[in-house]
Design a binder for this molecule. Sequence first.
Ligand SMILES: Nc1ncnc2c1ncn2[C@@H]1O[C@H](COP(=O)(O)OP(=O)(O)OP(=O)(O)O)[C@@H](O)[C@H]1O
Ligand SMILES: [Mg+2]
Length: 231
Amino acid sequence: MLTVDNISLYYGAAQALRGVSIAAEPGKVTCVLGRNGVGKTSLLRALVGQQAISSGTISFDGHDISKLKPYERARRGISFVPQGREIFPLLTVEENLKTGYAPLKRADKTIPDDVFALFPVLNTMLGRRGGDLSGGQQQQLAIGRALVMRPKLLLLDEPTEGIQPSIIKDIGRAISYLRGLGNIAIVLVEQYLDFACELGDNFAVMDRGAVKFSCDRASLDPAEISRQMAL
Ligand SMILES: Nc1ncnc2c1ncn2[C@@H]1O[C@H](COP(=O)(O)OP(=O)(O)OP(=O)(O)O)[C@@H](O)[C@H]1O
Ligand SMILES: [Mg+2]
């Protein structure tokens, strides 16, 4: 339902994506792996429309969305958990969650029960300012906010980065639960290989703006992925 075909992206004269193709399907986790600076975030920015692509196509639910504005893609059900979380520090947890209402119709403007079932800490901290939460709690808040939008496609940019192990487990359980629902396609950008290998159905390793290795779960060899990431 997401098909990215041969996209390229430039920052001025510098090329950050070189003919990248990936796909994502409901009920599946597509993992995008690679070292720092290889273009993982640029790929997600291209998908949500924060950066224009110069060639190739991004199609979602059978429509070419390459030229749509970010809010139009959000309305179609594309939701983004950005690297570094980008929660609003001065808004409360509840207000942060409600920023996810923006693309929704009035009748849908509620916080789904799932969010608090997955991350109970958010319920106990509803009135606290986002900036007062720990890094791990902020990451849970960022994922919760993305779920408020009822995504059909959920994009996660290094959700385990700088997060303590117990919360990494909670985030892993949440991704696994969302995958099990069967109606959400998930793209997980990671450098934490073990985490990605546990959750992923498909794997793409990027290097210098291009996908240089890919495989599915059936042929997954973590040692080979690790080798590809280190090259
Ligand atoms: N706004 C920008 N303007 C110019 N160059 C950029 C910009 N954002 C990223 N780049 C460059 O594009 C390349 C890819 O960056 P990107 O952030 O997509 O990598 P990444 O794989 O997400 O890295 P990391 O793992 O460190 O998050 C890098 O060389 C980076 O310096
Ligand atoms: Mg990045």
